[in-house]
Design a protein around this ligand. Sequence first.
Ligand code: BES
Ligand code: MN
Ligand code: MN
Length: 455
Amino acid sequence: MDKVIDFINVNRERYLEELKAFLAIPSISALPQHAGDVKHCADWCADEMRRIGMQNVKLVETPGNPVVYGDWLGAPGAPTILFYGHYDVQPVDPLELWESPPFEATIRDGEIYARGSADDKGQVFMHFKAIEAHLKQNGTLPVNMKIILEGEEEVGSVNLDNFIREHKSELGADVVVISDSPMFARGVPSICYGLRGLVYFQIDLRGSNTDLHSGSFGGAVVNPAFALSQILAQMKDRGGRIKIPGFYDDVVALQEEERQAWAALPYNEKQYKKDFGIPKVFGETGYTTLERTWARPTFEVNGLLSGFTGEGAKTVLPAVAMAKVSMRLVPNQTPDKIAELFEAHLRDVTPKTVELKITRMHGGKPWMTSYDNPYVQAAGRAIERGFGRKPVFTREGGSIPVVSTFQEELGLPSVLFGVGLPDENAHAPNEKLDVANFHGGIISSAMLYEEIARR
Ligand code: BES
Ligand code: MN
Ligand code: MN
């Protein structure tokens, strides 16, 4: 193992240069004009996987973006890791808020700034380099390894469940490893044992067949912007509780043990408010901020559009109003059931004066494992060796839809070991990854394979 760690330490600078090349590819899955870049990025990953010594590397076509597959199965009798990550990234708008161009990775104050640095290319690359170090130094890995990289995670993984079902026999493994989440805080490495699920909708209201003069028609014809506001206002009460009938029926209550463990984490609400410019925190009565984001479901308005929003004033009664809304789910809620309850409630509270169109978009199930799972414990030891400190156990408010699919379709547990930071600006301008965490992450990943082999 020492030889592997030495190799990683010696190659530190090279890794950064290579990562910059990966980060230079604008693989934005949400935007059709970047389809070529997404494909190019898949090819880049495949080439890199061949360079580090992975075998049987190929692109598997899906109705959307290809899945990159590769394996190394030279350790008969040893456990098999299925590594999952994503090579697609989020759009970069608003571009003017970036301090350096999103696809020209720039290192400032020990952080590497670029779209995808934390979510998820930098964290995928960590594992590439850990694998490379083992194979270059020892000619072997302590475990068998299968890698799948997805190009549609940021748009809801719509083709991945089918891919997994269709390739069940090739994806057999003992455990899934994923690095696509933040650590709890700077200097506090962590393992994530739960994720929220998601269900996403677009709501369109129409009140007339054209925009109308608000003087001639106002007061006699519905205003869809107003109707939409009233509808949205009926989704949550003032205490942050969601008013959709039946919404909480399947929610698993927080365990007292978890509440105590989380209360002991080094979390500072004053700092949290300061970091993100929040005047006063808001959420469901009776829960702390960590509990609200990790263990309670929520309803959010992701976007609103109606009427005149340009400079100056225009007296108009808009014909249409639109909202994008989503709900984060917790065990044991399911996107299908929550979608039904939401649609029924939405129809119920929508006045007859407007035409309602509901479009269901992507989603995913929540996921949770127990942290005494032996693989989670193995990851804990690896992280301690890589970061010199025992990890804390966290849940996260974000979603990685495929994690529950791995459990349900392949019967596989997942270990989520991430090295991003809460202020990494994922999905926002100036996304960044801490260079020291990246380095510690490579060492921890190399150790993780060994720890998993040992048990
Ligand atoms: N890496 C995130 C998931 C994540 C975020 C995990 C924060 C833990 C903490 C992932 O790339 C992501 O953004 N997921 C989407 C999923 C959606 C598009 C179905 C999300 O959570 O919004
Ligand atoms: Mn991600
Ligand atoms: Mn993301």
